[in-house]
Design a protein around this ligand. Structure first.
Ligand code: PHE
Length: 374
């Protein structure tokens, strides 16, 4: 007859002892009868299942039913039994045997002829790698790294960079504006920064001259994606401010940087340009490091430089005195300091460096493509 919990009628110490001995001996007997996993599960449920397991029944039939003056005694007994039952269930001989002999379960069988599950460690993204390379060239020249927000105000992205309100130069930036800003004053309206140049202002607001910084970061423009455009891309900006900084310093610095990035044989070339925040402004070209500046690859025309022998790399110029006016109070008196700034597209440089012909490949996340940089 299987053991069943019965109500106690006698709460004397001797009666309790008898009842508990009877229970524990039933536990012992049933435990040695367990021979398989299925047996053990039945055994476990019978004794410790929350719903109607022996322990639960003990609680109801012994403890809750006990008269007040016996509760303490019965409680202690029930606790002792509980510990013992749990112990026996957990350390069932069947389980010990199972561990000792390692009787294999279907889920444990390892087929050592299958290839292992490999977790790859990943690789630096080519655009990030290029960004880091550019940044480190300038760090070696003593530049520090500055960063700023991607969601920017009109003030930092345009106004303090000498783009007057409604000036047509703003149109060249294809700005993506944050919706629902109409109630705000113009300069406080939020947008996705179209270039890293706002960080020039933000840094000059907090750091006094002399200043030399590089600014890596993502920027956005409302350009439809194609092989050479992406609505999100990366720039590295630079700014140097001190007394007596000249265009010669700009040329020397950038010429050095291009040789460090593309090889010591590249030449640089500057053409006049326009940016509201630099005066004079220039576009800088490097001699094509694919065709060596000849415009030809054997008998074929060189595509990256469109047969010109020159590749446009960045925009630059001397900081416009109007820009310094916005941060004059922090030591940037345009009569005393001068500086140069430059900004380049890291994605474009990565395309050129690695001979990739479609910028979209950088942002599609196709592991087969990205693995090449592992
Ligand atoms: N911010 C300019 C652009 O995105 C690049 C630039 C930076 C030009 C600094 C001059 C000086 O086109």
């Amino acid at each position: 007859m299987a053991y069943t919990v019965s109500k106690l009628t006698d709460y004397s110490a001797a009666a309790l002892e008898r009842a508990s001995a009877e229970l524990l001996s039933a536990l012992e007997q049933e435990s040695v009868a367990v021979k398989s996993e299925a047996d053990w599960k039945i055994f476990r449920d019978r004794w410790v299942a929350r719903k109607n397991g022996v322990l639960t029944q003990l609680n109801d039939l012994w403890l809750k039913a006990a008269p007040k003056d016996a509760k303490r005694e019965v409680g202690q007994r029930v606790n002792e039994i509980k510990t013992r039952v749990e112990d026996v269930v957990e350390k069932s001989e069947y389980l010990q045997l199972e561990i000792a002999t390692g009787t294999p379960q279907a889920s444990d069988i390892v087929d050592i002829t299958l290839p292992g599950a490999r977790r790859s460690i990943g690789a630096e993204h080519p655009v990030i790698r290029t960004t880091n390379e550019i940044v480190s060239v300038f760090q070696k020249l003593g530049y520090s790294v500055a960063e700023g927000p991607v969601i920017e105000t009109d003030y930092y992205n345009f106004e303090a960079l000498n783009f007057p309100p409604n000036h047509p130069a703003r149109d060249t930036q294809d700005t993506l504006f944050i919706a629902g800003q109409a109630a705000k004053a113009g300069r406080e309206r939020l947008l996705l920064r179209t270039h890293t140049s706002p960080v020039q202002i933000r840094t000059m607001e907090t750091m006094r001259p002399p200043l030399r910084i590089v600014i890596p970061g993502t920027v956005h423009r409302n350009d439809p994606p194609d092989a050479s455009h992406s609505p999100m891309f990366h720039q590295v900006e630079g700014l140097a401010v001190d007394t007596n900084i000249t265009f010669g310093d700009l040329k020397g610095t950038l010429d050095h940087a291009m040789k460090a990035l593309f090889g010591s044989s590249v030449k640089t070339h500057f053409r006049p340009s326009f940016f509201p925040f630099t005066e004079p402004s220039a576009e800088m070209f490097v001699s094509c490091f694919i065709c060596g500046g000849s415009g030809k690859r054997g008998a074929e025309p060189c595509r990256p430089c469109k047969q010109t022998g020159w590749i446009e790399i960045l925009g630059c110029g001397m900081v416009d005195p109007n820009v310094f006016e916005f941060v004059k109070d922090n030591g940037y008196d345009p009569k005393k300091v001068s500086g140069f700034a430059f900004g380049m597209g890291a994605d474009r440089i990565a395309l050129l460096k690695y001979g990739v012909d479609d910028i979209q490949l950088f942002f599609q996340g196709d592991v087969r493509f990205l693995r090449q940089w592992a």
